[in-house]
Write a protein of this length. Structure first.
Length: 291
């Protein structure tokens, strides 16, 4: 193992190396730590196995022991699989819109299959955060380094990189061009219940809007933003764009929003959080993902 050789070259002290990947989700890290689905131990000696199994015993008895290399691959494989699911459902959503299908109905229809389920089927602006983008890029680079130039992960990374520009161009056509319009962006983090902005949609969406002549106002419950109240932010605005499905944005008063906004009064729901019928009945125009 490369790490072992590097350390051994710098010390004469006896040591062991183990790989214990974490599978925590931002926003629920404490819960995931205290109630893990499993503990993966990558060890090379029986001593390390016994020590680490005892250490994790208060948390779970579901301890899976393997080689260190296998444990490290488990981490990459888990994150890349989840990124694959997100990318897959985005691709299906893109096919739903021209066909007249509704991605939310499709998700319910195939998600009942016990082999498939609905976890991590979140059609939207693509995956972000500190883990998925990094791990997919790293596994893609490794695939290339060992001659796997047709790797699925390379395609997933490419799809995710192109996701936001593709959607923003689509939205630009729908609203009649963003130039000169005031756009309210709801949510600045990469997901709800965190202030982490690493690879957050807003980091790409806001510069895109500004470069296309839009005036941008921001709303976020945790991060510094122009407004905390979506209705106040919407006064005189032309477009409302939901990027993060915070609980604080769940029950927007569409009637009040319609009363204070200017035409074309679009609600761009990139998380499919709202009922299109309720939104349009209140006097707003609605556009979701794949519906």
């Amino acid at each position: 193992m490369k790490v072992h050789a590097i350390i051994r070259a710098k010390t004469t002290v006896d040591f062991e190396i183990a790989s214990v990947p974490e599978f925590l989700k931002e926003g629920s890290a404490v819960e995931d730590t205290l109630h893990p689905d499993r503990i993966v131990l990558g060890v090379e000696t029986d001593h390390a196995r016994k020590l680490l199994t005892e250490l994790h015993a208060p948390l779970t008895t579901n301890v899976i022991v393997m080689k260190s290399e296998s444990a490290q691959m488990c981490k990459y494989a888990s994150n890349c699989y989840l990124a694959t699911r997100i990318t897959f459902i985005n691709q299906i959503a893109d096919l739903c819109e021209p066909s007249g299908a509704d991605i939310e109905e499709v998700i319910r229809g195939i998600g009942e299959d016990k082999r498939i389920g609905t976890h991590y089927w979140y059609p939207g602006m693509g995956y972000g955060g500190s883990c998925f983008p990094k791990d997919v890029k790293e596994i893609s680079a490794y695939a290339k380094s060992v001659g796997e130039t047709d790797s699925l992960f390379i395609a997933i990374d490419d799809c995710n990189e192109k996701r936001i520009p593709k959607l923003m161009h689509h939205y630009d056509q729908i609203v009649g061009g963003f130039s000169g319009k005031t756009v309210v962006v709801l949510g600045l983090s990469f997901k709800p219940n965190t202030n982490d902005t690493r690879v957050a949609p807003a980091l790409a969406v806001i510069p895109w809007l500004k470069s296309h002549g839009a005036i941008v106002r921001t709303v976020d419950p945790l991060l510094p933003a122009d407004f905390q109240d979506p209705t106040l932010a919407a006064e005189g605005a032309h477009v409302l764009m939901l990027l993060v499905e915070w609980a604080q944005f769940k029950n927007l008063n569409f009637t009040k929003l319609a009363a204070v906004m200017q035409s074309p009064k679009y609600l761009l729901d990139t998380r499919n959080q709202y009922d299109p019928i309720q939104v349009t009945a209140a006097g707003l125009q609605y556009k979701g993902i794949g519906r």
